[in-house]
Design a protein around this ligand. Structure first.
Ligand code: PBG
Length: 308
């Protein structure tokens, strides 16, 4: 009876698995605060994608860990950069895998900010947008299906769309991190990607956790500029924002169940304080109930193993 009257179900086709790919094999390995998640080298990432695909997870979101960082994030748009090579390798091995790539500079800048700095040490919005366009084009040339700008610069979606269209990449979709909050819950990710800002914080470009109406404005702007899919991030502490976005907008809506949410749950599960399978299933179902069409989650593989 409960199955018959159930209102929401998770389909494996809704889940996206993030993948960390390191340029240097010596940077590959486990991530302390994210038990069960690893940094892979190129071959490891392809093997992981193959395993995910076999389990029914058919979308991955790539994050690069480059060998070199500098002030202008030059390794971010190299045609033989780690993300660009991984895109090509996964698409060659698994043409039906949907390959998304996170589009941001913070893993590539020595200072760890999500953009190019101006003379005052602030992020220069427009210079950063030009750089993002360059990265997006390099991903498109590598064969990416979706670019996912996570930088939170103003005007980037329109600029990226124009750049993609200008290089014969009209087919590449944009998943915009539209309502991305300046959150403490990204801590484990920043350790994994080595992308913590070396000074200051990201409050100049990411959103204030106190603001919900502003999130709707940010989402509306991204849709106007051509975003195909919009996102609310983090997930668990922002289910109200997710619901408000679902009620207001009709475009596909994604949520990012971020590293800190994963770490929090895994820590409690490891201590025996929560029952893993039921807690994870409840968590993912709540995202769908709150309105997400797409759930980006480090639990994707674990969930697929139990429900495939
Ligand atoms: C890059 C980026 C971050 C995350 C996704 N893309 C980190 C940040 O903004 O500091 C966080 C993902 C997670 O915590 O799982 N800008």
């Amino acid at each position: 009876m409960r199955t018959l009257v159930r209102e929401h179900r998770i389909h494996l086709g809704q889940l996206v698995a993030p993948l960390f790919v390191a340029e240097r094999s010596s940077d590959a390995g486990p991530i302390a605060a994210m038990p069960g998640i690893e940094r892979f080298d190129l071959n490891g990432a392809v093997a992981e994608a193959r395993e995910l695909f076999g389990l029914g997870i058919k979308s991955v979101l790539l994050f690069g860990i480059p060998a070199e960082k500098d002030a202008s994030a030059s390794s971010s748009h190299a045609q033989d950069g780690i993300v660009q090579r991984t895109i090509g390798a996964i698409k060659a091995a698994l043409p039906e895998m949907l390959v998304m790539a996170d589009l941001c500079c913070c893993e590539y800048t020595a200072h760890g900010h999500c953009g190019i700095l101006d003379g005052r040490g602030d992020v220069d919005n427009d210079a950063t947008v030009s750089l993002l366009c360059r990265i997006a084009v390099s991903y498109a040339q590598a064969g990416v299906d979706v670019v996912a700008p996570s930088d939170m610069m103003d005007g980037r979606v329109a600029a990226i769309r124009a750049s993609l269209d200008g290089c014969d990449a009209t087919h590449v979709a944009i998943l915009a991190y539209s309502a991305k909050y300046a959150s403490a819950f990204y801590g484990p990710f920043r350790d994994a990607a080595g992308s913590a800002p070396q000074f200051g914080d990201r409050r100049g470009y990411q959103m204030d956790p106190s603001n919900a109406r502003e999130a709707l404005r940010e989402i509306a702007l991204d849709i106007e500029q051509g975003a195909d899919i919009v996102m609310v991030k983090p997930g668990l502490p922002y289910l109200d924002v997710l619901r408000a976005a679902r009620d207001r907008f009709d475009v596909p809506l994604a949520v990012y169940n971020v590293s800190g949410e994963y770490a929090m749950l895994q820590a409690a599960i490891a201590n025996g304080w929560l029952d893993g399978a039921t807690a994870i299933d409840e968590l993912l179902t709540c995202f769908v109930r709150a309105g997400a069409d797409i759930v980006i989650t480090y639990f994707a593989k674990e969930y697929a193993r139990r429900h495939g």
